[in-house]
Write a protein that binds this ligand. Sequence first.
Ligand code: ZN
Length: 424
Amino acid sequence: MVAMVRRKKPDRCSLQVADTPPRLRGTPKRLASLSGPVTTIVKKCPTPGCDGSGHIFKRCHTHYTASGCPLHHRKRRNRSGRVLPPKLSIDVTSDNNDISTPRPLSTPHITRLDLIQQLISPPFGNHGDQREPILKGLATPTEIQLFKEAQRKAKNKESKLKHVVLGEHQMEVWFVSQFPSVATLHLCKYCLRHFCSLATIKLHAASCPWRHPPGKEIYRDHMISIFEIDGGQHQSYCQNLCLLAKLFLDHKTVYYDVQPFIFYVMTQYRDGGCHLVGYFSKEKSSALNYNLSCILVLPCYMRNGFGRMLIEFSYLLTRLEGTTGSPERPLSDLGLVSYRSYWRDAILDHMIQLKEGSSLSIKELSKQSGVNTDDLVSTMQRLGIIKYCKGQHIVLHDKELLDDYVGRCKKLKSRSINPSCLKR
Ligand code: ZN
């Protein structure tokens, strides 16, 4: 039951009872008289839309009259064109809804994005030459540490190395290796140790006792020698060789784990020493019957038939082992071109030696050349000289192809492996 009671003129905030629980706006206020029945009084501000919270003089937290109503005065000021003070905001959903504590003026909500924009805009965003942005207050220490780690890795990828100098040859670098990030790197032409300056390489060259690669020289034909190097015995040299190779090979991944490999290093003798031309590596024991893992001819020696000689030498070793082999995949673009050329010539060379009326056995050809049968068949298919007819494969005798091979053979003979020069 609600009774209307004539309200005495209250002194300021006289209805605020000490030690009473906080009252949410819009809830009825219960007043307890000292004696007699409890009466419920509902008082409401007459201003339309006002819930009775706040006070024009900010001395109280509630009001009942238009004279104490902030909304009433705001409307009046708005009509007169004056600038209005910021509206009091009360968050009824928050825990801090105690009306006994002063309510702060509402401030614009600053989002994380606003904070970032403030940091990157002057004067806060001017970091000078530092790469690292100011992340204080935006990320946890773990996140900052992860960011620094990623930044360090990204920085390492941007290698400054543009040229490598090996003896009298200066070569442009094609890919990133694990060498120091300097513009020009100097390598000793014999031991392959790297130096960052011309002065240090000159000092080293004056005292370097090496004149040829380590290991055993197993092939010598005039000026060309091939050294067999065990990766386990000459680890440092083989690692330097792999790091050098990575500058020119995209797919190369082995740098330091060189123990399972044997390296065959081709050199050219001049000026009293054996100068590195190229090399190939081979697994000591290959489960997949690979006879070559990685092959490289230095750019300054390319287009001189040395790559083909290395491939030929790898198959010579395979034939001596009494097996057939194939190079490890994936092959580089230049490696694939060289191998396809070598396989084609191995087939054509065998076809030329065939007598009229005799048949060609791919297995026999594989045994004689050391080339895997899959590589032989795929090469024949690419040349278009193998057909399937009436239940059997037929190899076509392409005279034009054979004549072209005979013409090229005369040039190739000057750059080929002579099996009799192998020292075993
Ligand atoms: Zn040296």
